[in-house]
Design a protein around this ligand. Sequence first.
Ligand SMILES: [Zn+2]
Length: 386
Amino acid sequence: MAELGYLTVIGHEDVRLRLSRAAELGRLPQSLLLYGPRGVGKQRLALWTAAMLNCTGGSPRPCGGCRACRLAARLEHPDIHWFFPLPRPKRVSSPDQLEQKLEDYRAELLEERRTNRLYHEEEEGATGIYVAAVRTMRRLAYKAPAMGPVKVLLIGQAEALVPQLGNPEAANALLKLLEEPPADTTLILTSDVPGALLPTIRSRVQAVRVHPLPTRQVAEFLTSELDATAADARRLASLSSGSIGRALQLLDEARDNLQEGGIALVRALLDGGPAARLAAAHAYRSFGARGAFGRVLSETRSLLRDLLAVAAGADSAAADPELVASLGSTASSPEQIISALAAVDEARELADRNVNPQLIVVNLLCRASLAPGTAPIGSSALEGRR
Ligand SMILES: [Zn+2]
């Protein structure tokens, strides 16, 4: 079985059928715009289309098995060029140097995407598709294909081109390319804000609408590609607005929240005082111990295990040494950490029995302390509930 990699497309059967029929008939426009909400898989569809156009296997194309498909699936096809917004390089002295730096960045990010197919665009810092990148596109478009019948230039988040095109020369170069691409070149733009594209760009591309995915398909993706439980997958999918990208982002946020919850509990253990106990307890509701709260306790447990490894002298054993250092727990003894671990295990049992999370937290913090020089206080206040 071939590794389909980037040729895996979730859903969008209608668009794929439309594109492949047009291609079979030789009627696929050479300048396409795939537009639709963010994170629904427009760039995947564009890569899939690029592979379809280069596939040398039988129909349905892309077959996934021929050399062209295998290279495309790994983002290694020499005639499929994927552009997307990049940070502006610093300290460049000439247009050539700028173009080279952008190409270096692009190669770096493509390498990251080869190893992590579940990447999703980070929204940090200013990025753009710069005039220098348009120069690269033109250069590639007018070169003969290295391997297949056609070259495909894929321009993700094409709206990022716009602010750069105040430069009329560059704007004209791009417009000319879109209007009359060389016979062996197809351009596929994607955008979630097509209204932000210049009218002169929009009028030169054939627009194809890409719809949000059905919730069911987002949930299937989350259970098959990630280790989401069926219940988590359903919940996230229902919040995703049909966007896998959004679901991935929510998943990341949920993980961050769990970790923050774990860090807060460890900090309260380190503090050991009654005020910290109450504050930690008030971070939770008085019900719902079996949901996210249980996962916060698991997170707390893994943080404590890291602290223990460090306290026992195994510096490199922690999964996140910086985080462990930031907790500043060097003063806690291994014995204290071991008793805190036991208290967290007890808390997890109580959470399984659906005891009020606020009580569980107070109980945990009474049972164990990582504050220097304190001994465990005593037996569980909730012992009687067993
Ligand atoms: Zn193929």
